[in-house]
Design a binder for this molecule. Sequence first.
Ligand SMILES: *[C@@H]1O[C@H](CO)[C@@H](O)[C@H](O)[C@H]1NC(C)=O
Ligand SMILES: *[C@@H]1O[C@H](CO)[C@@H](O)[C@H](O)[C@H]1NC(C)=O
Ligand SMILES: *[C@@H]1O[C@H](CO)[C@@H](O)[C@H](O)[C@H]1NC(C)=O
Ligand SMILES: *[C@@H]1O[C@H](CO)[C@@H](O)[C@H](O)[C@H]1NC(C)=O
Ligand SMILES: *[C@@H]1O[C@H](CO)[C@@H](O)[C@H](O)[C@H]1NC(C)=O
Ligand SMILES: *[C@@H]1O[C@H](CO)[C@@H](O)[C@H](O)[C@H]1NC(C)=O
Ligand SMILES: *[C@@H]1O[C@H](CO)[C@@H](O)[C@H](O)[C@H]1NC(C)=O
Length: 266
Amino acid sequence: MFLERIILPVFCLGIKVFPWILAEEVDIREVAADKGTNVTIPCGGLLVLPASNVQWVHRGNHTHHEILTDGSLFITLIGSDDAGLYECGVENETSFLDRINLTVRTEPPPLVNVTVHASTILALILWNVAGDGGHPIIDFTAQYRSAAPVNGSLEPWRPISPNHISPNSRQVDVYHLEPNASYWFRVWATNALGPGPPVEVLATTLYSDQEAELYKHFLEGSESFDTRTWVAAVCVVMGTLVVLAAGTCAVLCREWRRPGEPDVCP
Ligand SMILES: *[C@@H]1O[C@H](CO)[C@@H](O)[C@H](O)[C@H]1NC(C)=O
Ligand SMILES: *[C@@H]1O[C@H](CO)[C@@H](O)[C@H](O)[C@H]1NC(C)=O
Ligand SMILES: *[C@@H]1O[C@H](CO)[C@@H](O)[C@H](O)[C@H]1NC(C)=O
Ligand SMILES: *[C@@H]1O[C@H](CO)[C@@H](O)[C@H](O)[C@H]1NC(C)=O
Ligand SMILES: *[C@@H]1O[C@H](CO)[C@@H](O)[C@H](O)[C@H]1NC(C)=O
Ligand SMILES: *[C@@H]1O[C@H](CO)[C@@H](O)[C@H](O)[C@H]1NC(C)=O
Ligand SMILES: *[C@@H]1O[C@H](CO)[C@@H](O)[C@H](O)[C@H]1NC(C)=O
């Protein structure tokens, strides 16, 4: 990285043999470093003291990092866990000589409020920025792919034009989608230290085609149609026909019996 070591200005607290200064009275220095670099933090005010018994405290605990012979703290490959308040002092003294608030610059954090508004063949991806990690955001990148697996695996991510979305932008359009299809969309920010973690959102396109709508209603109707209703209706009709036929037969028999043929009907 471009900063191999950060040499910090040393604040001379004044030549005091016994610097009985309350911790609250030592100003906190703000120091920022890029993730993955080596950082050297001098213990300010040590110029007049022997540096052999300097102690460093990180967020209230003794730090495990190396203390150099001049009393400086040496942190290799700095990470997000190394951020926070550092205090240095001399062993057995109650006061601190220097206090440093270390900020670790990182890739941008995940974007927030990522939403996708899909129509039939278009989609609009929207997002908000929760921070830049310490370096200005250079650009955004968005990609998409079908959510339907082919042969058990998802297709590779497809780019969304433009590949480098302006850092002032908070949205991008996606074209040439299929209607009534599910897609994964993902978007992330990039700064000088690299890309931040992508945020993925699942969305399904609409099918507004009128025929498709009608077809769906027809299908829904046929799905909800109960065949038992149909069977009952047929039974009722058939039963009515049987009763009518029997009645007609009885009437006809009575008609035939009158002329004197009693053997035809019971
Ligand atoms: C950081 O410190 C480690 C250990 O001293 C060293 O091996 C490495 O080369 C240093 N890296 C840089 C970028 O200075
Ligand atoms: C300080 O050290 C103690 C014991 O090792 C540990 O439980 C605690 O979480 C540490 N505190 C911080 C802020 O790291
Ligand atoms: C700090 O105090 C301890 C015990 O009270 C003592 O053993 C040690 O020598 C002292 N260190 C210094 C640098 O005075
Ligand atoms: C250290 O800096 C960070 C970021 O600037 C800030 O949020 C935090 O409150 C500071 N901590 C102290 C103890 O000053
Ligand atoms: C995320 O959305 C909520 C609700 O719309 C809003 O209050 C909040 O400010 C948004 N977050 C950012 C970082 O813009
Ligand atoms: C799925 O796998 C079969 C056999 O491995 C292959 O013939 C077919 O082309 C594959 N389909 C796709 C869309 O890759
Ligand atoms: C929409 O897609 C779903 C799932 O792939 C499918 O079941 C449904 O029949 C489709 N609808 C239309 C109208 O194509």
